[in-house]
Design a protein. Structure first.
Length: 308
């Protein structure tokens, strides 16, 4: 199977390409310097249609888009355009190809918004309550996917990944931000570590397990269905930080940074992956501690590369 990956040069994309190859399929990426074409504008419907048709893909994993909450708050319309309209353009490109192309649309657990703690872990039937423009854009993208699946009989599956972490993640995200700061402290920087809301609890999953779930959904996910991709366990950000400090073995002074606080943060977000496990046979392979060790090692290597 030839699998096209949009956003292939991003954090998850690189791991998804590797997972596709490991599964014995042929990966084709949009969005990297060595991938044809080098870049792709999701808002250019004509170019997107041409690129999808020329790729010869049997399946698509759609990762490309604006994936960070703070920029969506600063510029909500741009986020809506690329995440929602961009997804609709991709679906139209798949429809125009006039050959069967299985499409995995990657959404986000942010669509669930604030839910009562007693509802955790959340399954796929939980009502959606987006709390920010990023989440709203993903709800819109999901809606397009569901409509295209019903109206045009496209073979579309939707994934809702919860927080995924691992080597290579942008330091704007909380876990790699901690790892980067700790690596700088270990290299001689002042022992001050800036943090946001440490009380929030999240369902963390290694990006390599997330990539494996996407490939499993291409093989066994039911068309028109939605699947949570998660560990099923919530961990407080404070506990993640504690483990990273233990791994780094450096003394630190923790300081609150108002710039790292969101206007509407979700206190607890934890998912139920029963449906994914039952229908695809997927199981996660990486424990949180192993992921954190790899993330810190990656931060040290990146810092050393910058200073070399």
């Amino acid at each position: 199977m030839r699998v096209l990956v949009t956003g292939a040069s991003g954090f998850a994309g690189r791991h998804v390409l590797a997972a596709i190859a490991t599964a014995g399929h042929e990966p084709v990426g949009f969005g990297g310097p060595h991938e044809p074409p080098p870049s792709l504008d999701l808002l250019d419907a004509v170019a997107l249609r041409t690129a999808v048709d020329a790729s010869g893909a049997d399946a698509v994993i759609h990762l490309a888009g604006q994936a960070f909450v703070p920029p969506s708050i600063a510029d909500p319309l741009a986020t809506l355009a690329v995440n929602a309209t961009g997804t609709a353009n991709l679906l139209e490109a798949v429809r125009a190809a006039r050959r069967p192309i299985r499409t995995l649309i990657v959404s986000s657990a942010e669509v669930y918004g604030k839910q009562r703690p007693e509802r955790m872990p959340l399954d796929e039937t939980t009502p959606l309550r987006p709390e920010n423009p990023y989440a709203a854009s993903k709800v819109a993208a999901e809606t397009y996917a569901e409509v295209w699946s019903r109206l045009y009989a496209l073979d579309v599956v939707i994934a809702r990944p919860f927080n995924h972490i691992g080597p290579g993640q942008d330091a704007r995200f909380v876990v790699p931000s901690f790892a980067r700061q700790l690596a700088e402290i270990a290299a001689g920087a002042p022992p001050l570590l800036s943090v946001g809301n440490l009380a929030a609890e999240r369902d963390f999953l290694d990006v390599r397990d997330v990539a494996g779930a996407y490939v499993a959904l291409l093989a066994n996910g039911r068309s028109g269905s939605v699947y949570n991709v998660c560990s099923g366990h919530a961990v407080a950000i404070q506990e993640v930080l504690r483990q990273l400090i233990t791994i780094a073995r450096v003394p630190v002074e923790i300081r609150d940074d108002p710039e790292r606080l969101r206007p509407s943060d979700i206190p607890v977000l934890c998912g139920d992956a029963t449906k994914l496990r039952a229908e695809t046979g997927w199981t996660p392979q990486f424990a949180l501690a192993a992921s954190l060790r790899d993330i810190y090692a990656d931060a040290r290597e990146r810092l050393a590369g910058v200073r070399a």
